[in-house]
Design a protein around this ligand. Structure first.
Ligand code: ARG
Length: 483
């Protein structure tokens, strides 16, 4: 074995072992084929660590320079795809360190001073997740803007609002879309909160108990941008917790799960709305597929898959939370299992958000500044559906209350009127005035204003209501917020 090389991981801890790992155990314990995606964070963390070691006089300036040069080459090789990832070296950390040592000799071996893979991996996952959270934040903003754009064109479009999937009251289609904007805005808030707890430095916890070297952990935190809003370094304050805490990964996956649940609810609606029985919207052909047997079919594969993938992300949350249950302090190898669920959650969420922004709002045409290719709204079908199902019955009750009836009595009176309309197979607004007056003498000709869908919509003019004036105010608020 060469002095400067570390070609298999047993050489990293060596002399104590009397037999090599079997191939099966090597494969079972290795993580390199999935954790290599942490390489940038690993290099970033190592550079910050080396800088601090040199500043503290723990390694020489020359060693630091060699480490920087070596890590630059390692990065270039990984980027170029020429880096030789070795299963024998178990994980991303040992692979990079071995190559570094091969390139720069003893300086590479000094990089691990005052550090353990336990605090190293915890740092890498946090750095990686922090940048993913920032990307997801942008994608959430895009999706919200896309929904707001479609909403703006549909403030006056009337949709039957449902409770129990029964026609309840007419709502503005824009109002309905903005309900999802609220959900995605909360998702962004939650992620910003998770980011604060992700952005803390475990490095310096070493294996579990801290280290004997005079490290400056706050310096490393600042170098890595692990600072709070006031610029103070954010450092994990207990070494045992620092190496073993995966709360941030669980919290992130919980926030991602909730976001996927919101996507899944939207998917369910898109699927219903585009079915022949509703016919409210069409989605662009590129998000649908045909059937190999039924030539007339266009299936909503994308929203269906998003609904299905929500289950997969829920599963990842269960995996991560169960992973931590029953783990004693401090680091245990169980934690290596945090990566695949976390990575797949991030991948699934990012792809889903990207696709939904485009599927709902279309793509921005830079020439016109307009979006093209989003959902097509069939306003007539929506309005016709709203006019079936006595959606303005509550308005008639409210009308009677304004004439002095207690609400409960008004409710009962309107129930009789609805029954009569059902018997005559007509809408409430189609019952003659004389018939309506038969239910209550205070009913006058102006009742027809409240029995219309548009009258019903306009009347709900309180904060958060569906009246166009309220909806427009919300659109303005979102625009100001989203920029
Ligand atoms: N690949 C490991 C992980 O992902 C790195 C930490 C290993 N530490 C150890 N003591 N075996 O968790």
């Amino acid at each position: 074995m060469s002095q400067n090389q570390l070609d298999t991981k047993s050489e990293a801890w060596s002399a104590l072992f009397s037999e090599p790992m079997s191939e099966l155990v090597k494969r079972y314990t290795a993580s390199v084929f999935f954790d290599k995606r942490l390489w940038q964070a690993d290099v970033q963390g190592s550079l910050a660590h080396a800088e601090m070691l040199a500043a503290q006089g723990i390694i020489s300036a020359d060693d630091r320079a060699s480490i920087e040069r070596g890590l630059a080459q390692v990065s270039a090789e990984i980027e170029a795809g020429s880096f030789d990832w070795k299963l024998d070296l178990e994980d991303v950390h040992l692979n990079i360190e071995a190559r570094l040592t091969h390139l720069v000799g003893d300086a590479g071996k000094r990089l691990h001073t005052g550090r353990s893979r336990n605090d190293q991996v915890a740092t890498d996952v946090r750095l990686w997740l922090r940048s993913e959270i920032d990307l997801i934040d942008g994608l959430l903003a895009d999706l919200q803007k896309s929904l707001v754009d479609v909403a703006e064109k549909n403030v006056e479009t009337i949709l039957p609002g449902f409770t129990h999937l029964q026609v309840a009251q007419p709502v503005s289609f824009a109002h309905h879309l903005l309900a999802y904007v609220e959900m995605f805005a909360r998702d962004a808030e939650r992620l910003a909160d998770v980011r604060r707890r992700t952005n803390r430095l475990p490095l310096g916890s070493a294996a579990l108990a801290g280290t004997t070297y005079p490290l400056d952990r706050e310096r490393v935190a600042r170098t890595l941008g692990m600072v709070d809003a006031d610029g103070h370094a954010c450092v994990c304050q207990n070494s045992l917790d620092g190496v073993s805490d995966r709360d941030f990964a669980i919290e992130f996956t919980a926030a991602a799960t909730l976001c996927m649940v919101h996507i899944s609810r939207l998917s369910e609606e898109l699927i219903l709305w585009m079915s022949q029985n509703f016919g409210f919207i069409r989605i662009a052909d590129r998000f649908t597929t045909g059937s190999s047997i039924m030539p007339q079919k266009k299936n909503p594969d994308v929203p269906e898959l998003a609904r299905g993938k929500t289950g997969r992300v829920v599963g990842h949350l269960m995996a991560l939370i169960t992973l931590m249950k029953g783990q004693p302090l401090a680091y245990n190898k169980d934690n290596q299992e945090d990566k695949e669920p976390l990575f797949d959650t991030v991948d699934t969420l990012k792809d889903t958000l990207r696709i939904f922004s485009e599927m709902v709002g279309g793509q921005l045409n830079p020439a016109t500044g307009e979006r093209e290719g989003g959902i097509t709204v069939n306003a007539l079908a929506m309005e016709q559906a709203a006019s079936r199902g006595y959606a303005t019955a509550t308005d008639l009750a409210d009308y009677l209350v304004k004439k002095g009836l207690p609400f409960r009595d008004a409710h009962e009176t309107v129930a009789h009127a609805v029954k009569a309309a059902v018997t005559h197979s007509c809408d409430l607004s189609e019952l003659p005035l004389a018939v309506l007056q038969g239910f209550h003498p205070s009913i006058e000709k102006d009742v027809y204003d409240v029995l219309s869908l548009r009258g019903s919509l306009n009347a709900r003019n309180t904060l958060g209501g569906t009246a166009p004036a309220q909806v427009l105010a919300q659109i303005q608020r979102h625009r100001a917020r989203l920029g």
